[in-house]
Design a protein around this ligand. Structure first.
Ligand SMILES: Cc1cc2nc3c(=O)[nH]c(=O)nc-3n(C[C@H](O)[C@H](O)[C@H](O)COP(=O)(O)OP(=O)(O)OC[C@H]3O[C@@H](n4cnc5c(N)ncnc54)[C@H](O)[C@@H]3O)c2cc1C
Length: 370
């Protein structure tokens, strides 16, 4: 029988960053288990790669700020370069949407994130394809940008590995061993792996893994979202920021000489490899016509879909389970798991290692205990 002090389930951003931060705090006995042959097959390899700090939830915004700062100055134990294009972001708003965005920007200033409120004219000068777009104002965040997600994920895993973390691929956790109300191992096809702490970083499967342990029933919903990439477009400036019309749910950014576009669709799905739905391309075309007529004539070269795992209150689920001792959650990262990854890993490692941090906090799974 194999034994490990910490077993982490899932090698996406949640699991990889938690392993990395545990390892850099001196923990040696970590085993990271991933059901796929490689890391990043699911949400962590299928997202839009954007680092966005201005979000409606204060506690998430703080993690986003810390996550972005980490990318700007990677520490000395980091081993591979990670391209982080700091082109900034422009968040557009109109009507009540603009009031909401202005409040978020005010909160960002209080948190210490650099933001400016721009009149539509200034945003249209900066990104000329917005000329015909209709909005009341824009929030400019110059320290946002686009990161190489594959290098970032590999970076966490490589650094964790070099500090002693073991990583096993093609190893699905099929059950959680619980004795006297305490998690004490995981069941795999190779048998039982004993552990003092079991960490649930299973992304879209987090609720399933929670059930295996008989843990708190966290209301986590995997929701599908599509991304589209156009053919190369000579008029796209690769230095443009990402542009996001929050209230109408559409964003675009430069990608591979063309644009990456998203209609912010959100359909609940079972965990897995979500099928693409051709009707979402029509939704995108309609939203472009309505919100960004300046980019109406684009041809789509490829598209794909991934799952964002959302909690019902929009907050992450990070902390010790309140029903099963020794069972820890790092899940429900929704649409912010890349941006916040380092901060999430650091928070999780801190909560795991510091016994005085055993309860509470805005992300505590205990908030779902009935
Ligand atoms: C279309 C889209 C766009 C997005 N855009 C952005 C963005 O621009 N910026 C941003 O910050 N975030 C974005 N996100 C969100 C971000 O991708 C996620 O928050 C993040 O990847 C979640 O990481 P995770 O580790 O929790 O999940 P995952 O990456 O899904 O990792 C979970 C892992 O657990 C493994 N696993 C599950 N069950 C088991 C088991 N029983 N045994 C072993 N292994 C198991 C899975 O195989 C998987 O590899 C986007 C998401 C989507 C879908």
């Amino acid at each position: 029988m194999i034994a490990s002090q910490y077993v982490i389930i899932g090698a996406g951003f949640a699991g990889a960053a938690t392993a990395y931060h545990l390892a850099r705090r001196g923990v040696k006995n970590i085993l990271l288990l991933e059901q796929e042959k490689v890391a990043g097959v699911h949400s962590s390899g299928r997202n839009a790669s954007m680092i966005r700090q201005v979000v409606p939830e204060n506690a998430v915004m703080r993690l986003a700020k810390e996550g972005a700062a980490f990318l700007r100055g990677l520490p000395s134990d980091w081993q591979i370069p990670v391209d982080f294009q700091r082109n900034g972001s422009l968040l557009l708003g109109s009507g009540e949407g603009w009031d909401r965005l202005s409040r978020d920007a005010e909160m960002a200033r209080e948190v210490g994130i650099e933001v400016e409120s721009w009149l539509p004219e200034k945003a249209k000068d900066y990104v000329p394809v917005l000329k015909e777009a209709n909005f009341d104002g824009a929030i400019w965040c110059p320290t946002d940008g686009v990161v190489d997600i594959h290098a970032l994920l590999s970076g966490y895993l490589k650094a964790a590995f070099s500090m002693g973390t073991q990583i096993r691929y093609s190893c699905a956790v099929q059950g959680i061993e619980v004795q006297d109300g305490r998690a004490c191992g995981v069941l795999t096809a190779e048998g039982l792996i004993r552990a003092e702490t079991v960490i649930n970083a299973a992304g879209p499967w987090a609720a399933v893994v929670g059930k295996m342990a008989g843990a708190v029933e966290a209301p986590l919903r995997p929701c599908r979202r599509h991304l589209f990439v156009t053919t190369p477009l000579p008029w796209v400036d690769p230095k443009w920021p990402f542009v996001w019309d929050d209230a109408h749910g559409i964003y675009f950014r430069p990608d591979s000489g063309g644009l990456l576009l998203c209609p912010c669709d959100q359909d609940e799905m079972a965990p897995g490899d979500p099928p693409t739905d051709s009707s979402v391309a029509e939704l995108l075309a309609e939203k472009i016509r309505q919100r960004f007529p300046g980019i109406a004539d684009v041809a789509i070269r490829k598209s794909w879909a991934g799952l964002r795992t959302l909690s019902n209150d929009g907050r992450f689920v990070i902390g010790w389970d309140s029903k099963v001792r020794g069972f820890f959650w790092v899940a429900g990262l929704g649409g912010h798991g890349v941006t916040t990854s380092s901060a999430v890993g650091a928070l999780a490692a801190g909560l795991i290692l510091d016994p005085s941090e055993r309860r509470g906090g805005p992300f505590s799974p205990g908030r779902f205990a009935s």
